[in-house]
Design a protein around this ligand. Structure first.
Ligand SMILES: C[S@@+](CC[C@H](N)C(=O)[O-])C[C@H]1O[C@@H](n2cnc3c(N)ncnc32)[C@H](O)[C@@H]1O
Length: 189
């Protein structure tokens, strides 16, 4: 797998152009139904920071990414905010959060990595903590620009998450095409 796509200046600039009309507003509106405003929220894979800006209106958000290219850009554009260099698999921080959010990030993990990430998310969350994650809906996996896209279904997400999280919402939504995406919101058991 080409892990570099999000890590070079050129590809980060390309990604920012490709994603300029996309944001997670519809997901964040759903999250608002479950996570009280002013909660402390970790965003995994903040990337260009589009969702970070929306989340900031309601929450105390700590942004993060594993790409120093994205992180440096985020830090220079948001000097008053906090960002962590975190890999979604290991999530190495001692901080605790009321919620954890990601939008189209966890599809880059194979299921074994996703299982590790889920366990770390349980550790990082305060009791009754809320997760809100989006995925591409489908079966199997493929490479896009050298990056893994690990598709998920309602069923596969339930199997991965439900031992640790009460599923509060699991629904299809449209990113580019009808029903191409899934949103999962859960509460730590
Ligand atoms: C599709 S973008 C997310 C965009 C973001 N939600 C926004 O609002 O613009 C995916 C992001 O996840 C990050 N990412 C991919 N794999 C990661 C991993 N294993 N750990 C942490 N971040 C990762 C990438 O660097 C990129 O910033």
């Amino acid at each position: 797998m080409n892990d570099n796509y999000y890590k070079t200046k050129e590809s980060v600039e390309e990604y920012i152009k490709l994603a300029k009309d996309v944001d997670g507003r519809q997901l964040i509106e759903k999250l608002n139904d479950y996570l009280p405003s002013n909660s402390l929220l970790l965003e995994i894979g903040s990337g260009p920071g589009t969702d970070f800006q929306i989340l900031k209106k309601d929450y105390r958000v700590v942004g993060s990414d594993y790409s120093t290219e994205f992180l440096n850009r985020l830090i220079s554009l948001n000097v008053k905010d906090e960002f962590l260099n975190l890999d979604a698999v290991t999530l190495r921080t001692d901080k605790k959060f009321d919620g954890i959010y990601s939008n189209k990030v966890l599809q880059h993990l194979i299921d074994e990595e996703l299982k590790k990430s889920i366990l770390r998310q349980v550790d990082l969350l305060n009791s009754n903590g809320i997760i809100c994650h989006s995925f591409w809906k489908g079966e199997g996996d493929e490479l896009f620009k050298g990056l893994l896209v690990n598709y998920q279904t309602d069923e596969s997400l339930r199997i991965l998450f439900e031992n640790y999280f009460e599923i509060l919402l699991l629904e299809e939504y449209n990113e580019f095409e009808d029903g191409d995406s899934l949103l999962l919101i859960g509460k730590k058991k």
